[in-house]
Design a protein around this ligand. Structure first.
Ligand code: GCU
Length: 395
């Protein structure tokens, strides 16, 4: 399959107009943006790309399955909470791992994110419950703590933030296997329908977004957490999910895309890195099936990804790239943030533009922020330094 990673081969492209409504009206104020254009764009995304999120279930229960008051070297209170959802005579549950700074004297902001390989893989603690569905035999004890750098829990807590995570497979097992959706949260809401029919309107990314909103529902019941300062984050495919969460759930005050790349924050029309043909071939279940029609013809997509950042306005959108992560198109990620600036401007907020310098290692701050670090595709301390810096301004 074709993939370009040569900047000199990127041709000219025209971005679709974010401020122009389908009836031709040009939006020039924040009220019309919020009430007319924003809902229109959200619907276009649901129909064309990410599908429709499930609704809230009839019944939700939160059960604290463990609590430890001297976690992370006595700096945190740790809870593992089982979230159980019931609907149509069926149930679905997953376990959330939560750390709250032990010395907090007032409610603290919270980071909310999914993890790839189980809660036990992102914590240094060896008594955290192993989570994650056994998709490929990888959910084993030997993988404990392999990804602690991705969440940096100890440092996050030290800086005065709570932090919560769930394994994404427990919300929707990440496989194009046709039984996956039946093992996902969607199973609660749909009678058994064919995989084909299911994917005309729903996707794994929407399920993951739904999961992060349910995590926030649960956190709203924690008296030491200030949910008016909730920050959703994610790496790569989970960054795509974080963006979609923030687009739908305006309770999240800050939305962090860490190297979300193609169908995340990167511009689709810039022919660089992963493209629609590749992503819909390997990961068709992330999108509604009709999205694959845009393989090799990105110019026909009715939107581009600066529209997705615009859905976050006027809240904080945080974009992180890595220099060597060409697959995710760092330049396309930067430009998407820059092109969202006209929407932020409707709210009287100035954000960075295409010409703002952003050398490797630098941080652009503001309501739309950007950083690019050296190195490969990952989420690590250098990324978190930037996220904490923005979060500190909100705190
Ligand atoms: C693949 C995929 C990307 C995705 C990444 C990840 O590389 O092509 O779109 O972001 O996996 O989630 O790690």
């Amino acid at each position: 399959m074709y993939k370009n990673e040569d900047e000199s081969m990127v041709g000219a492209y025209t971005l679709p107009e974010v401020l122009e409504c389908s009836d031709g009206k040009i939006i020039d104020n924040a009220f019309d943006w919020v009430h007319i254009r924003r809902p229109e764009i959200l619907e276009i995304y649901k129909k064309t790309m990410y599908g429709y999120l499930p609704v809230r279930p009839d019944k939700t229960e939160f059960e604290v399955v463990s609590e430890k008051n001297d976690a992370l070297n006595n700096t945190a209170v740790r809870k593992e909470i089982k979230l159980t959802f019931s609907m149509n005579g069926k149930t679905h549950s997953f376990v959330m791992l939560l750390y709250i700074p032990k010395n907090a004297v007032a409610p603290v902001p919270v980071f909310v994110g999914l993890n790839f390989r189980g809660n036990h893989t992102v914590t240094p603690e060896n008594d955290v419950i192993m989570t994650g569905k056994t998709l490929d035999g990888e959910f084993v004890e030997s993988r404990r703590s392999i990804h602690i750098n991705r969440c940096c829990f100890e440092e996050t807590v030290k800086r005065g933030y709570a932090t919560a995570t769930v394994c994404y497979h427990d919300v929707y097992p990440d496989s194009k296997d046709e039984n996956s959706w039946r093992k996902s949260v969607y199973n609660l809401f749909y009678a058994d329908e064919s995989n084909e029919k299911f994917h005309t309107h729903a996707s794994a990314i929407s399920a993951w977004a739904w999961g992060m909103s349910r995590m926030l529902d649960c956190l709203e019941g924690e008296k030491m957490i200030d949910c008016s300062k909730a920050f959703v984050y994610g790496l790569s495919r989970l960054g795509k999910a974080a963006l979609w969460t923030g687009a739908n759930d305006t309770r999240f005050k800050m939305v962090i895309s860490n190297e979300s790349g193609c169908c995340g924050v990167a511009l689709l029309r810039r022919d660089f890195g992963e493209n629609v043909e590749i992503i819909t071939h390997y990961f068709p279940h992330w999108f509604v099936s009709s999205f694959a029609q845009y393989a090799c013809c990105e110019a026909e997509i009715p939107f581009d990804q600066h529209w997705l950042i615009s859905l976050i306005a006027p809240r904080y959108a945080v974009i992180g790239s890595a220099e060597e992560d060409l697959h995710a198109d760092p330049k396309g990620e930067f430009l998407s943030g820059a092109h969202a600036r006209r929407v932020y401007k409707l709210f009287g907020i100035e954000t960075y533009n295409e010409n703002t310098p952003h050398p490797v290692g630098s941080h652009i701050t503001g309501a739309v922020s950007y950083h690019i670090r050296s190195g490969v595709h990952d989420q690590n301390l250098a990324d978190w330094e930037h996220y904490w810096e923005i979060a500190d301004k909100i705190k």
